[in-house]
Design a protein around this ligand. Structure first.
Ligand code: ZN
Ligand code: ZN
Length: 349
């Protein structure tokens, strides 16, 4: 029997390689081994490769997204069996600790975001998933696997951190700052609630065109024009009920502060590496709410149903396909998104 597999390994800041690694084995009774069918690359993987995530050690197999088939299960796994096709959640959760009982899986005392970070991830032919019963989702028959890969991370992230935290209601006005895959995921899932206006803001015209196709009512290129003026013009000088930050830099967070109407919400999704200014001298009297969170993936079962029923089509976020042997090429394409027009790339084993 074959004992080796191919895997994408983080070597050191600026360096990655496609290597042979031993196929993982069950180490805890609650583990499952998943043979990966499709995986993808996240902006977070690029952060790790730059050396921005010191908690991820060199030698780590990257990746926290994918679909696959159960190859082995530990004795403690009761909800899944060999041969089941599953979605791998980016968040591992025991389902039993204090945080899990609150539905805050991202802060699970024996999990959270560990996959492709503190344990080996999904950019490999096989992956070991701890707490398999709670961290894997059995796929409904006939569902589009490319679309499902978008449910490992970006769809629940856009929905939970942007749309739910942003308290989007029918008839509301929404601005989404950042039209990358996460901003576009927020755009797709915001439409569950029928907001009257969704204004997409980004410096990349291609991404704005995609946003328009996916349901944005207005697009603003903030490279060429002042986004605050543009949004005020679109909202009768009020600003928006919900401003979603989907970039993760100080400028875009401050832009959200400038866009939010009295009584509104700033919902942060971006991963911030440095401090951002909070203009309390202006906002203290505006009845606003600022929210932050990690994705808990508690909405994944609901999102699976909406994809299964064709209520949303997250495969529109996929721009490229690669075979696993070409994963280095897939990284090049994904990391040069402005030139390659890449959104999400699917990598098939
Ligand atoms: Zn991710
Ligand atoms: Zn837990």
């Amino acid at each position: 029997m074959e004992k080796d597999m191919k895997a994408l390994v983080y070597q050191e800041p600026g360096k990655k390689s496609l290597e042979k690694r031993p196929i993982p084995t069950i180490t805890q009774p609650t583990d499952a081994i998943v043979k990966i069918i499709k995986t993808t690359i996240c902006g977070t993987d690029l952060h790790i490769l730059k050396g921005d995530v010191p908690t991820c050690q060199p030698g780590r197999i990257l990746g926290h997204e994918g679909v696959g088939v159960i190859d082995k299960v530990g004795q403690g796994v009761t909800a899944l069996k060999i041969g089941d096709h599953v979605l791998v959640s980016c968040i591992t959760s025991c389902g039993k600790c204090e945080y899990c009982k609150k539905g805050m899986y991202s802060h699970c005392l024996d999990g959270g975001w560990i996959l492709g970070h503190q344990i080996d991830g999904t950019q490999a032919e096989y992956v070991r998933i701890p707490h398999a019963d709670n961290s894997l989702y059995k796929l409904p028959q006939g569902i589009d696997y490319d679309a499902v890969v978008m449910l490992s991370d970006i769809l629940p992230t856009g929905f939970e951190c942007g749309v739910l935290n942003g308290k989007i209601q029918p008839g509301n006005t929404v601005a989404i700052v950042g039209a990358g895959p996460i901003g576009l995921a927020a755009l797709l899932t915001a439409q569950f609630y029928s907001p009257a206006q969704i204004i997409m803001i980004d410096p990349d015209n291609h991404r704005l065109e995609v946003a328009k196709r996916l349901g944005a009512t207005s697009i603003v290129n903030n490279k060429n024009i002042n986004a605050v003026n543009a949004v005020m013009e679109l909202t009768n000088k009020r600003g928006v009920d919900t401003a979603i930050e989907a970039v993760g830099i100080p400028d875009t967070f401050v832009l959200c502060e400038d866009l939010v109407a009295p009584g509104g919400t700033i919902a942060n999704i971006g991963v911030h590496g440095v401090k951002a200014d909070l203009h309390l001298e202006k906002l203290w009297s505006h009845n606003i709410t600022i929210t932050t969170r990690l994705v808990d993936t508690v909405t994944t079962p609901m999102l699976l149903k909406t994809v299964s029923a064709n209520k949303i089509s997250p495969n529109q976020l996929i721009s490229h396909h690669f075979k696993f042997d070409k994963i280095i090429e897939a990284y090049d394409t994904f990391s040069k998104a402005v030139d390659t027009k890449a959104l999400k790339v699917i990598i098939e084993t």
